[in-house]
Design a protein around this ligand. Structure first.
Ligand SMILES: NC(=O)C1=CN([C@@H]2O[C@H](COP(=O)(O)OP(=O)(O)OC[C@H]3O[C@@H](n4cnc5c(N)ncnc54)[C@H](OP(=O)(O)O)[C@@H]3O)[C@@H](O)[C@H]2O)C=CC1
Ligand SMILES: N[C@@H](CC(=O)OP(=O)(O)O)C(=O)O
Length: 347
């Protein structure tokens, strides 16, 4: 009989947690026991898994005992405290938060790009930032053919990137504005409905926000290429779910759009969506719920002989978070890399 695993989802009631639960069920991940964990706020609620109603539990002292794998999705500060405890209890943690991503002892994994790095884990594997995952899946297959030397990205990020409450907030604001009422902003700093603003993460002294710097630093770590020059402008838009990105790529040699198309048509995790006659390209509404990152509008950059431009949309709760984490878990199972750990990584 094939092995099955004792799993805990930390943050099971959140936007990513909900998706994790669905994916474990739909992809038939070998689960022998499933623990759903959240804060005191939602502990006591129930969620269904394979026809069974499971109780959402609060986190307690010995909660990770007898657990093989923790899928952590409860924010960075929670992961910093709980992930090392889970590893100390013998579990492997796949962490969706940014807490450990840049820790040199923690692999940062996109299965389509650097699956082998998962083998080096010491208990914690980090799932990259959603905007970064979507870009990496599309740029990597091109980079393998002709190295990319510079990336300029502009993003159009949906409300869902800020969690379940943010999605509710933009819906309520939309209803309120249409009813002639003042919109109220609590999750975001400003009303997002019928509006947009630069990404709401903290700014550094150079004028870049954290989300932008994640695209820079995490992409370099995933690609294993510190020399790629990357800059990004991240913007929050009033889309409910799925992020879009305009990517300008400069390669070491000329890269024709036809050649890029041929490569991307066969690339894992990518779907080419282009109809130039109809002006039809990827849209967040069509990327929602899809496993693949949609890419299209691939064209030569008229301002640079080695430049290529493309447009992508991806469901960031899915491939940008939960699906990527479940794919890492599947990789660990397939390669027998889900093993008892010797070393605990601290935050
Ligand atoms: N949304 C996205 O697209 C992406 C999110 N991520 C990361 O995933 C994580 C979760 O994001 P998301 O699902 O959007 O957030 P949500 O706000 O929707 O959900 C957060 C979850 O964490 C739980 N939680 C919060 N604090 C604690 C705690 N102290 N102990 C136990 N559980 C706790 C919440 O429980 P309760 O409901 O009881 O408060 C809830 O289940 C974040 O780190 C985020 O950065 C990464 C990539 C993309
Ligand atoms: N990238 C998310 C925010 C987020 O969850 O990022 P991270 O997982 O890197 O903290 C957004 O759209 O805002």
């Amino acid at each position: 009989m094939s092995k099955s695993y004792r799993i805990a989802i930390l943050g099971a009631t959140g936007a990513v947690g909900k998706e994790l639960l669905e994916l474990l069920e739909n992809r038939n991940f070998p689960v022998s026991d499933l623990k759903l964990l959240a804060s005191e706020r939602t502990a006591g609620q129930r969620r269904s898994f394979k026809g069974e109603s499971l109780l959402v539990e609060p986190v307690s002292d010995k909660v990770f005992e007898n657990t093989d794998l923790v899928l952590a999705s409860a924010g960075g500060s929670t992961s910093k405290v709980l992930a090392p405890k889970a590893v100390a209890s013998g579990a492997v943690v796949i962490d969706n938060s940014s807490a450990f991503r840049m820790n040199p002892e923690v692999p940062l994994v996109v299965p389509e790009v650097n699956p082998e790095s998962a083998a080096t884990h010491k208990g914690i594997i980090a799932n990259p930032n959603c905007t970064t995952i979507l870009m990496a899946v599309v740029v990597w297959p091109l980079h393998k053919v002709i190295p990319v030397s510079r990336i300029v990205a502009a993003t159009y990020q949906s409300a869902s990137g800020a969690g379940a409450r943010a999605m509710e907030e933009v819906k309520t604001q939309t209803r309120d504005i249409l009813a002639g009422k003042e919109p109220v902003a609590e999750v975001f700093p400003y009303p997002l409905a019928f509006n947009l603003f630069p990404h709401n993460s903290p700014l550094n002294d150079s004028g870049y926000c954290e989300e932008e710097m994640k695209m820079v630093n995490e992409t370099r770590k995933i690609f294993g290429e510190q020399s790629i020059r990357i800059t990004a402008t991240c913007v929050r838009v009033p889309v409910l779910r799925a992020h879009s990105e305009a990517i300008n790529l400069e390669f070491e040699e000329q890269f024709s759009p036809e050649k890029a198309r041929e490569i991307l048509r066969q690339a894992p995790g990518v779907k080419l969506v282009e109809n130039w006659q109809a002006n039809y390209f990827p849209m967040p509404i069509e990327a929602t719920g899809q496993d693949e990152v949609l890419v299209g509008r691939i064209r030569q950059d008229i301002s640079h002989p080695c430049g290529l431009e493309l447009w992508l949309c991806g469901d960031q709760i899915r491939k940008g978070a939960a699906l990527n984490a479940v794919q890492i878990a599947e990789l660990l199972v397939e390669k027998s890399w889900l093993k008892p750990q010797e070393l605990v990584v601290s935050g």
